[in-house]
Design a protein around this ligand. Structure first.
Ligand SMILES: Nc1ncnc2c1ncn2[C@@H]1O[C@H](COP(=O)(O)OP(=O)(O)O)[C@@H](O)[C@H]1O
Ligand SMILES: Nc1ccn([C@@H]2O[C@H](COP(=O)(O)OP(=O)(O)O)[C@@H](O)[C@H]2O)c(=O)n1
Length: 216
C-alpha cells in the first residue's frame, strides 16, 4: 500500500489551525476533520444532560454515544462556553479513548485526510507524513477569537477572552492524557505576524516539502 497524504495540524486555541486545515483540505481535495468539535459536542452533551464536567463517567458515556447529529449546530459548538466545556471533558482519559477509533479511522482513509486538533501528530496519526504545529502569541490569538465571537454577537471583554485562552493553554498542555505538545517531527508555524493568506502559504510550503520528502 502506498503512503497516503495525512496532514496533522495541531496547536493552541485560535492559532488559526482550523482555517489552515480547511484550506489545505480544499487544495489537496482531502476530507477534513476538526477534532475539537468532537470534544465540544461531548462538553455540550454533558451540560445538556444536567451533569458535571468533572464527572468522568458521565462524559465518557456521552462520548460513546456521540453521532453525527451532535455535530450539526456549529454556532453553538463553536461558542465560548463550548470551548471551555470541551477542554474540561478532554482531560478525562475515558473520553479520549471513546473518540479514538473514529479519529484514527478518519485519518486512515486510503486517499489521505487533514485533521486538526491537539494530539493529531502525537496520538491520532503519529505516522502522518506532514505535521504542522500552528501557534501565535496568546494576545494575538485572544484578539482573533474575540473578533470572531463578538463579530457574531457574543458579548465578551477582551481581557476575559485573553484569560480564557491562557487558562485553556495551561489546561490543555498540563493534562496527563494526550497533552497538547508539538510532535518531535512537526514543523512549527508561528502565525503571530501573518495574516490568513501568509499563514496558509507558509503551511502549503511545509506540506509541499513533506510531500517531496515522502514521495507523495
Ligand atoms: N493568520 C490569521 N490572521 C488573522 N486572523 C486569523 C488568522 N488565522 C485565523 N484567523 C481567524 O481567527 C479565528 C480563529 O481561527 P481558527 O482557524 O478557527 O483557529 P483554531 O482552529 O486554531 O481555533 C477565525 O475567525 C479566523 O478567521
Ligand atoms: N484533538 C483534540 C482537539 C480538541 N481537544 C480539546 O477540545 C478543546 C476545544 O478544541 P478546539 O480545537 O475546538 O478549540 P479551538 O482551538 O478552536 O479554540 C481544546 O481546548 C482541547 O481541550 C483535544 O483535547 N484534543
Amino acid at each position: 500500500m502506498s503512503a497516503a497524504l495525512i496532514i496533522a495540524v495541531d496547536g493552541p486555541a485560535a492559532s488559526g489551525k482550523g482555517t489552515i486545515a480547511a484550506r489545505l483540505a480544499k487544495l489537496y481535495s482531502l476530507p477534513h476533520l476538526d477534532t475539537g468539535l468532537l470534544y465540544r459536542a461531548v462538553g455540550i452533551g454533558v451540560l445538556d444532560a444536567g451533569g458535571s464536567l468533572d464527572d468522568a463517567e458521565a462524559a465518557e458515556g456521552v462520548a460513546r454515544s456521540l453521532d453525527a447529529s451532535h455535530l450539526v449546530d456549529t454556532e453553538r459548538l463553536t461558542s465560548r462556553g463550548a470551548g471551555e466545556a470541551a477542554s474540561r471533558v478532554a482531560g478525562h482519559p475515558g473520553v479520549r479513548a471513546a473518540l479514538l477509533a473514529f479519529q484514527k479511522t478518519f485519518a486512515g482513509q486510503p486517499g489521505g485526510a487533514v485533521l486538526d486538533g491537539r494530539d493529531i501528530g502525537t496520538v491520532i496519526a503519529p505516522e502522518a507524513p506532514a505535521k504542522l504545529y500552528v501557534t501565535a502569541t496568546p494576545e494575538v490569538r485572544a484578539m482573533r477569537r474575540w473578533k470572531q465571537l463578538t463579530g457574531r454577537g457574543e458579548t465578551i471583554a477582551f481581557e476575559d477572552m485573553l484569560a480564557d485562552i491562557v487558562k485553556r493553554d495551561e489546561r490543555d498542555a498540563g493534562r496527563g492524557a494526550a497533552p497538547m505538545v508539538q510532535a518531535a517531527d512537526a514543523v512549527l508555524l508561528d502565525t503571530t505576524d501573518m495574516d490568513i493568506e501568509a499563514a496558509f502559504d507558509a503551511a502549503r510550503r511545509i506540506v509541499e516539502a513533506a510531500r517531496v520528502r515522502h514521495g507523495l
